[in-house]
Design a protein. Structure first.
Length: 148
């Protein structure tokens, strides 16, 4: 079947190349150099051959947290976001039809938090583990934990 240019899919990230998907809080702690991220995770992230994957939903989640004054993206949130999403740090994963469809397959044990659900659906679609310390996400059985 020949697709028109407007119907062609964007190139997908190869699951084989995608070592790990990082959760929002891991990304913020890692980029910020915060000690809340366990040392073994910081070391593991440094040893990766390719940058970890990051769902674009994490950008939305961080924006909401900053707006609610739960995190500080000082001095300039736009500059922080641009720096934190540089290609040498993370590979952004867009939400596509396959990820959206995977949302329908998530276990009921997964909390209703939209960001966690999209992160779980992304990990399942790409068949990659997640680096997270979110106990609810891990307890749900919806994702595989990245064992470092």
């Amino acid at each position: 079947m020949v697709r028109r240019r407007s119907q062609r899919r964007a190139p997908a990230i190869e699951a084989k190349a995608a070592v790990v998907l990082i959760d929002t809080h891991v990304w913020v702690w890692w980029i910020g150099g915060l000690s809340r991220l366990p040392e073994k995770y910081r070391d593991a992230l440094r040893r990766l051959h390719e940058p970890p994957l990051l769902s674009v939903i994490s950008l939305w989640e961080v924006s909401l947290l900053a707006q609610a004054a739960r995190i500080d993206l000082a001095p300039d949130p736009r500059r922080w976001m641009a720096r934190a999403t540089r290609a040498e740090l993370v590979r952004l994963v867009q939400i596509d039809g396959a990820i959206a469809a995977q949302l329908l397959e998530l276990p009921r044990t997964l909390p209703r938090d939209p960001a966690d659900r999209i992160i779980a659906a992304t990990a399942r679609t790409l068949q990659v583990p997640v680096l997270t310390v979110d106990r609810q996400l891990l307890a749900s059985g919806a994702v595989r934990r990245w064992d470092v």
